[in-house]
Design a protein around this ligand. Structure first.
Ligand SMILES: Nc1ncnc2c1ncn2[C@@H]1O[C@H](COP(=O)(O)OP(=O)(O)OP(=O)(O)O)[C@@H](O)[C@H]1O
Ligand SMILES: [Mg+2]
Length: 461
């Protein structure tokens, strides 16, 4: 569904131009209003996704309109436009909750990313609010947080294998939650009161894996001082979870196949046939079919393990989980670390949302924990994120009259005034007259603001 932008400007030429960009060029739906009154009336029946609002209007002023909107709606992004183009109006706009401010003539090159960012942020905020409510109610697998449609499909599949013993192969990238799903299958199924045994086939040395899985008899090899029960015996009547099953060597693949088919095996160095009643779940983050093709994995075993495949998509393909997981881990890590970090700034959320998360949910959990440890106030900002997550951070600052813009990002507006002055003084090497000219401010105002923000002018030293 296409997004809707309302444009409010009494100057026909400007609203026409804005409409041309917004509708014809950027492909948003638009409605144009020539006064604050007509806009406010329309807002009773329809809510846009963004508002472009002129400050100088014939009846009630843009700032008044903004104030009125904010009494009912704190989130709707409003971008203010003004012909006066000075820092004072910009700051006033911000104080009343504008998302951004643009002096006229409007620089459309800069307006476009501002509009896009604002709409995206707004969408995220709304999504987060909706999800927060639904998450708690709907999904009942303990500790598995998700609101994404693709994960709903996964849960549906999980619910189908709870009450039977079908062999399930869980496939997914590292950190996507394969073990969590395996646990959910066991602890919500009919074997839940019996053991759940995990064997990580990649982390146990090959020589030991056979004995680990099937046990050994006393004296069966050097160091085997006594009989040892293997995981298959320990898991009897319960579930065994073979993690990274693709790492099994051929000999063990054959032995595993026999367990699946005959439900029996012998301990290493033993002759006694051991009967077993276990449910087998396995997981892999490699493409087992490919391993079959290259003859690293037995085809017959593959089909046995894969009777019921469940694929967990990576986090980057389930974007709508990102925010709920962020909330969840924020709470979880706050509790764990006995902290009370309130959340992430909108800018930080944008980075989190756009990041690829190659290590998936595990990476996110670790990242949030790290942020909570290092952050110095109660909101986590972009600077607190790991460096590799903010490669755009060093984006060049672009100077513009009345303000600063950083790549596609808008500098938090509370800081605009101070930053503008600091920046102007920097580029003019402390020349107040030049800085005042750049900012379209009087010298006295600059001095006053420098005092207010405790800005020292190096050239005066
Ligand atoms: N949907 C989720 N909700 C809450 N926590 C999750 C979710 N998915 C994964 N986690 C957490 O992320 C971490 C990684 O999950 P898990 O160990 O199940 O992943 P995995 O796919 O087995 O990873 P690997 O391939 O690296 O073994 C765990 O701490 C797990 O609790
Ligand atoms: Mg795992």
């Amino acid at each position: 569904m296409s997004k809707v932008i309302f444009i409010v400007d009494d100057e026909k030429a400007i609203s026409k131009l804005l409409k041309y960009w917004v509708k014809d060029k950027w492909d948003y739906e638009t409605e144009v209003f020539d006064s604050g009154e007509t806009l406010l009336k329309r807002l009773d029946s329809k809510k846009p996704d963004l508002l472009l609002l002129d400050i100088m209007l014939p009846g009630i002023s843009g700032l008044e309109v903004l104030k009125k909107i904010r009494t009912k709606d704190e989130q709707l992004p409003v971008i203010m436009l003004s012909a006066q183009g000075n820092v004072e109006t910009a700051v006033d706009s911000l104080r009343y909750g504008a998302y951004d401010y643009f002096p006229k003539p409007i620089d459309v090159q800069r307006l476009e990313p501002a509009v896009k960012n604002a709409i995206k942020n707004y969408e995220l905020t709304k999504e987060l609010e909706n999800l927060k409510e639904s998450v708690q109610k709907e999904y009942s697998f303990d500790n598995i947080i998700s609101a994404d449609k693709k994960m709903q499909e996964v849960f549906k599949l999980v619910s189908k294998v709870l009450d039977n013993d079908i062999t399930v192969l869980i496939n997914g990238e590292s950190g996507t939650g394969k073990e969590l799903i395996a646990k959910a299958i066991h602890y919500n199924g009919k074997r839940k009161d019996k053991p759940f045994i995990v064997v990580n086939c990649a982390s146990i040395p090959r020589e030991l894996l056979e004995s680990e899985l099937f046990g050994h008899e006393k004296g069966s090899f050097t160091g085997a001082h006594q009989r040892k029960l293997g995981k298959f015996e320990l898991a009897n009547e319960g579930t065994i979870f073979l993690d990274e099953v693709g790492e099994l060597e051929m000999l063990l693949q054959a032995k595993l196949l026999r367990v699946i088919q005959e439900r029996e095996f012998e301990r290493v160095g033993g002759t006694e046939l051991i009967k077993t009643n276990v449910r087998i779940l396995s997981a892999t983050n490699i493409d087992l079919r490919e391993a079959v093709k290259t003859k690293h994995f037995r085809e017959d075993l593959y089909y046995r393990l894969n009777s019921f495949p469940i694929y967990i998509p990576p986090l980057r393909q389930r974007k709508s989980d990102i925010l709920v997981l962020v909330e969840y881990f924020l709470k979880k890590c706050n509790q764990k670390l006995k902290k009370d970090i309130k959340g992430f700034t909108k800018r930080a959320i944008k980075y989190i949302y756009e990041y690829e998360w190659p290590g998936n949910i595990r990476e996110m959990e670790n990242t949030i924990e790290r942020c909570i440890i290092i952050v110095e106030n109660d909101m986590i900002d972009v600077e607190d994120l790991p460096v590799h997550m903010r490669t755009n951070e060093e984006a060049s600052y672009v100077e513009q009259e009345g303000g600063l813009f950083e790549g596609d990002n808008i500098i938090p507006f509370e800081k605009l005034k101070e930053d503008s002055i600091r920046h102007a003084l920097e580029v003019t090497q402390g020349n107040i007259v030049e800085a005042a000219k750049k900012l379209k401010l009087g010298r006295a105002t600059i001095y006053r603001l420098m005092e207010k923000y405790k800005i020292e002018n190096r050239s005066n030293d």
